[in-house]
Write a protein that binds this ligand. Structure first.
Ligand code: NAD
Ligand code: SER
Length: 320
C-alpha cells in the first residue's frame, strides 16, 4: 500500500494519476487538509490528515500496511515567508512524524527538497551536488534541515528515505501552492485567458525548472533504484532546463503572438535572486540514469495544448 500526503497539491495530483496507472486505485491512500472535489478523486481512498498530528498519522499507519510513503505535504517559499512558524511546523515536524512512523515499520519514504537550500553565497551557475547550502528563506531552512534529518534517519535507523532537490515545477492540472516559481505557471494561464500577464519577477530572472511529467518520472525512477546505488541520502540535484522570465514569455509569444508580458517585481524577487540560475545534476545522472524528456519549447507547446483543452472542456460544461 502507498500513502501520499499533500495529495491535492501541484505535484500530488499528477503523481497520484501516474501511481493509479501503475498500481491501481486500491493500492493508494491519498491524504490532505481538505476533501477532494469529485474531479480530483481518481478513485483512490482519501483521508483527511494534518501531518503535524503525530497521533493521527500513526493511527493511519496502524490501519494500513503501507510499504511506501510519498510525503508531499508542505508549505512553499512565498507562503513560508508570510508565516515562518507554520512553515517550520509543517515542513519539519511533519517530516519528522513521517520518518518516525516509517522507522518503526520499515517503510520507504520519498520527500522532496528544493533548490531553496542554496543561497547568495552558493555558486549561481551549474550549482554542484556538493555546493554550499545557504538558505535565505524559512522554506529553504526547513529543506536544508529536512535533508539532514533524512540522512540521519537513513544512517541511524536504516530508513530507506530518498529525496530530490526540485527546481521550479511547471504543470497545468493543479495550481501551484504559494511558491516563488509560480509565475512560470501563471504566465500560461494569463496568456490564454487574458492575452497578458503581469509577472512578479523581473524579465532577466533566470531559474532552473522542470515540466511535471519529468518531475513525476524522476520521483518514480528514484524510488525504483537499488538502495546500494543511492550515494546521496540528503537530496539529489535534478533539473531539466533554465530560462529567464522574458525567454518564457517569448516562447509563449511564438504560439500566441498577441501575448504581452509586463514585469513588476515584488517581495518574491529577492527569493528568486537568492537561488541558482542553473543546476548540475550529474550525480543523479550517474547514480540512477536521470534524464529529462522535455526542453523549454516542448514544455511550452504541451502546456498550451493541455490548458486550451481544459478551458474548452470548462466552457462546454458551462454552456450545458
Ligand atoms: P502545494 O502547495 O501545491 O501542495 C502542498 C499540499 O500540502 C497542499 O495540498 C496542502 O493542502 C498540503 N498541506 C499543507 N499543510 C499540510 C498539513 N499540515 N498537513 C497535510 N497537508 C498539508 O505544493 P507542491 O508544489 O505540490 O509541493 C509538494 C512538495 O514538493 C513540497 O514539499 C514542496 O516543498 C516540494 N517542492 C515543490 C516544488 C514546486 O515547484 N512545486 C519545487 C521544489 C519542491
Ligand atoms: N517552486 C518552489 C518555490 O518556489 C521551489 O521549491 O517555493
Amino acid at each position: 500500500m502507498i500513502l501520499v500526503t499533500g495529495s491535492l497539491g501541484q505535484i500530488g495530483v499528477d503523481l497520484i494519476r501516474e501511481l493509479v496507472l501503475i498500481h491501481g486505485p486500491k493500492a493508494i491512500v491519498a491524504t490532505d487538509l481538505r476533501e477532494p472535489a469529485s474531479s480530483e478523486s481518481n478513485g483512490v481512498t482519501f483521508k483527511l490528515l494534518d501531518v503535524t498530528d503525530a497521533d493521527a498519522l500513526n493511527q493511519l499507519f496502524d490501519d494500513n500496511a503501507f510499504d511506501t510513503v510519498y510525503h508531499l505535504a508542505g508549505i512553499l517559499s512565498a507562503t513560508g515567508e508570510e508565516d515562518p512558524d507554520l512553515c517550520w511546523k509543517v515542513n519539519i515536524e511533519g517530516l519528522e512524524n513521517v520518518l518516525k512512523s516509517a522507522r518503526e515499520r520499515s517503510i520507504r519514504v520519498f520527500w522532496p527538497s528544493s533548490i531553496a537550500v542554496f543561497g547568495s553565497s552558493t555558486e549561481k551557475s551549474m550549482t554542484r551536488q556538493s555546493a554550499r547550502t545557504d538558505p535565505y528563506t524559512m522554506y529553504g531552512v526547513t529543506k536544508t534541515a529536512g535533508e539532514l534529518l533524512c540522512r540521519y534517519y537513513a544512517r541511524k535507523f536504516a530508513v530507506d528515505v530518498r529525496s530530490l532537490r526540485f527546481p521550479g515545477v511547471i504543470s497545468y492540472a493543479a495550481p501551484p501552492g504559494g511558491g516563488t516559481t509560480d509565475y512560470a505557471v501563471e504566465m500560461f494561464f494569463g496568456a490564454l485567458q487574458h492575452g497578458s500577464y503581469e509577472c512578479f519577477v523581473s524579465e532577466d530572472t533566470r531559474l532552473p525548472m522542470m515540466y511535471i511529467p519529468d518531475a513525476v518520472k524522476s520521483v518514480l525512477e528514484l524510488m525504483q533504484v537499488d538502495p546500494a546505488d543511492i550515494s546521496i541520502r540528503t537530496s539529489y540535484n535534478v533539473t531539466a532546463f533554465s530560462f529567464s522570465a522574458q525567454e518564457l514569455a517569448s516562447a509563449i509569444t511564438k504560439h500566441i503572438p498577441e501575448f504581452r508580458c509586463t514585469y513588476t517585481p515584488d517581495s518574491r524577487q529577492i527569493i528568486a535572486d537568492s537561488w541558482p540560475r542553473s543546476i548540475d545534476d550529474s550525480t543523479a545522472r550517474k547514480d540512477w540514469g536521470w534524464k529529462p524528456e522535455f526542453n523549454l519549447e516542448g514544455m511550452v507547446s504541451d502546456m498550451l495544448k493541455h490548458i486550451s483543452a481544459i478551458r474548452k472542456h470548462e466552457s462546454s460544461q458551462e454552456s450545458l
